[in-house]
Design a protein around this ligand. Sequence first.
Ligand code: PEP
Length: 256
Amino acid sequence: MRKPFIGGNWKMNTDSKDAVELAKGVAQKCASLLDKVDVSVCPPFVYLAAVKNAIGSAKVGLGAQDVYFEAKGAFTGEISCTMLKDIGCKDVIIGHSERRHVIGETNELINKKLIVAVEAGLLPIFCIGELLEERNAGKTEKVVKEQIQKGMAGITVEKAKAITIAYEPVWAIGTGVNAAPQQAQDVHLMIRQFIASMYNEDFAAQIRIQYGGSAKPDNAAVLMSQPDVDGLLVGGASLKADDFAAMIKAAAEAKK
Ligand code: PEP
């Protein structure tokens, strides 16, 4: 049985006061669900320390939205795995579609980041997903498989156990149009079968695959009721503690 995992990607939102209030709200509103559901919040880098402090002893994980692959040195503006661990991060989002398509990250760069993150003992949330034109051209499977194959290249099954995959169709992110539950399920199953072919059946049965893309309180239950949807990576709806907590509750109930 895979424990559901709900992540909140705050992107470039909040200020120091809002970040602390949101973190406290999440910790308080989902306290009774944290044995049933893994929950992490991923604030902007500059608020990680304040959010860590706000979470206190609650079992809400702290995640970063990115990391660089070099350990230290002359890499202006970048943040290393050691720095993230030092500040109390457990998770790190790698390969988010906004980094792929706005910043221009390649599968090769994402692979370097994943390798160092798992080596460092961080738990990556590895994002993949196709553009609308790729879906319309029938290329979803090809794109997603290539992202996985190139992104996880050179990562052993032992190290890959640290990874959660987030399937986030780019056309669903921030648009208000979520993938239909069956569309999500179809791709999640394809991903799981591909992981089985790259690694093995046991690992494929264990790895958690989150769905992301306009997930919100009113679709969380039906998305989470799909057999291969093990969690959600939530952008917009993670910025309201009540909405995020409602989705965590829906996940706990769907996987009872
Ligand atoms: C995301 O950015 O990971 C995401 C899923 O965003 P939203 O929920 O706002 O679509």
